[in-house]
Design a binder for this molecule. Structure first.
Ligand code: ZN
Length: 503
């Protein structure tokens, strides 16, 4: 047993939850559930980023106080995560007092350590990102993310001496080649660092909606700088939670915020005198017809609508099965329906209903035990081991691929031996017992993804999932299904979708 601390980006309150956010959340939730399942002490953190000019402007435009505005929008994220069965341990809001305390303490440490100075900043600024872009990063004078014109700005700012950390950052990357996952994102961040770093402006005098700098309250902290510190706030910066969880930190982030998390943040930690995060996991974007998913782009797909139609399990399954962590992926309803109908309804769902049906009809409802006389349990064990290793290596797509291979083994044996045509109870029992064992193993392996269906599979084969919580490693030994209990034909887990639904 060990600790496992996983975080998602904190979402900007001006946005509404879209499938891109849901993709981050579902990945983090699945990793957290797997680690809980193997007995780790898990802390899963998410939340909302609530400072910055855009938030103040939006509240103003809506004739609301900023607090009313942020309360309303933070709640939208909480509601969305509930509908997608996300089980986080803490939801941080950057406007909370605990965060202000942590940020001021962190900033003071940077200042006392000599890593902050006052200077004048001139640069090209994107109002939407609340970030400056160098000439290299701008695309035809436009923000590379929003494709909007950049504005020339000049102001007196405090600066963080990021340039002084270039060598230390390179050393951090060299010392731990797995600190950023996957490899191609690591190389991207490292080559950016090797190309030379500029100091970054960390304060604004032009707005008041933010956290004042402890040594000069005319300035408020730049929204990105305060947001990053949330990861420390939530575990109790400098306290027992920090001692316990920080060295097990995993930040799951989208590729658009790689610079903040793979360059700034580790350097900020070094400057404050603490260790950089243990691991940064970078995922790609979900594209709709080649464009980034975003509400402002008009192509935002509402994850709640999808969960309403297909169920949260199907949305979770599709996103993790189809989009391995790292690369960009395309979202389409057709692909979602295909996964639903093929992987879930035809493969997993069908296996469960066929097996329970024949147990009911041919064996008087008494479940037979697994023997390994029909399926090759050595081969089953290989799939199970590969799936377990993939879970621990953040490879949820691989896990689900191994699961499908297991299901296919069982379905193929049923096709070949057609137990529904047989008379001999021993012969029928040998086939069904091994198939039941596959269902048991599959239910455990998919439980971080199919959070509603996995316990149903367990119940349908006469077992109780809560009995194995936190002991997945033992429960994944092959051949444990004892049988003997009475089971009935299971109700369909995944009724077919698609053809009947109006497009
Ligand atoms: Zn932008």
């Amino acid at each position: 047993m060990t600790e496992f601390f996983i975080t998602t980006p904190i979402y900007y309150v001006n946005d509404v939850p879209h499938l891109g956010h849901a993709y981050s959340m579902i990945n983090a939730d699945a990793f957290a559930r797997w680690h809980r399942g193997i007995g780790d002490e898990v802390f899963f953190l998410t939340g909302t980023d609530e400072h910055g000019q855009k938030v103040a402007d939006s509240a103003d435009a809506a004739s609301m106080s900023v607090t009313e505005w942020t309360d309303l929008y933070a709640q939208r994220f909480k509601d969305a995560w509930e509908k997608l069965d996300i089980a986080y341990d803490d939801f941080i809001r950057t406007t909370e007092k605990r965060h202000e305390v942590a940020v001021r303490k962190f900033l003071q440490a940077l200042y006392d350590n000599g890593h902050i100075y006052l200077g004048t900043y001139t640069g090209s600024y994107c109002v939407s990102c609340e970030a400056y872009y160098s000439a290299n990063d701008a695309v035809d004078g436009l923000c590379p993310v929003h494709r909007r014109p950049l504005i020339e700005m000049e102001e007196e700012n405090y600066f963080f001496r990021l340039s002084a950390f270039q060598d230390q950052l390179v050393k951090w990357y060299d010392d731990d080649p797995t600190a950023v996952f996957p490899d191609f994102r690591r190389n991207e961040a490292l080559s950016f660092i090797r190309g030379g770093l500029e100091d970054v402006s960390i304060s604004r005098t032009s707005l008041s909606w933010g956290i004042p700098l402890p040594w000069d309250e005319r300035h408020v902290c730049y929204v990105w700088f305060d947001a990053l510190i949330n990861y420390l706030t939530a575990i109790g910066y400098d306290g027992a939670g920090y001692e316990r969880f920080w060295e097990h930190s995993h930040h799951l982030v989208g590729k658009d915020i790689i610079r903040f998390h793979c360059v700034w943040w580790p350097a900020m930690c070094m400057a404050a005198g603490i260790a950089p995060p243990q691991k940064v996991l970078v995922h790609g974007w979900l594209l709709v017809k080649g464009e980034k998913m975003a509400k402002s782009g008009g192509n935002g797909v509402d994850p709640i609508d999808l969960a309403g139609i297909y169920g949260a399990d199907a949305v979770r399954y599709y996103l993790l099965r189809e989009h391995a962590l790292g690369a960009d992926g395309d979202f389409s309803i057709e692909a979602l329906e295909h996964r639903y109908n093929v992987d879930l309804a035809n493969n997993i769902g069908n296996l469960l209903s066929r097996v329970t049906n024949v147990v009911d009809k041919s064996l008087g409802g008494v479940a037979p035990r697994a023997t390994g006389n029909v399926l090759d349990f050595a081969e089953v064990k290989e799939h199970v081991d590969r799936a377990s290793r993939a879970w621990s290596a953040f490879g949820s797509a691989q896990v689900l691929e191994e699961v499908q291979l297991l299901v296919r083994m069982a379905n193929a044996a049923l096709e070949e031996r057609a137990p529904w045509k047989l008379r001999d109870a021993n012969e029928i029992g040998a086939i069904l017992g091994d198939a039941l064992e596959i269902l048991r193993l599959v239910a455990i392996l998919v439980s971080p993804v199919l959070v509603e269906s996995a316990p149903k599979i367990f119940a349908a084969i006469g077992l109780e999932m809560s009995a194995i919580s936190s002991s997945y490693s033992q429960a994944l030994e092959v051949g444990l299904y004892q049988g003997g209990m009475t089971i009935a034909k299971a109700a369909p887990l995944f009724p077919r979708k698609g053809q009947a639904r109006a497009r």
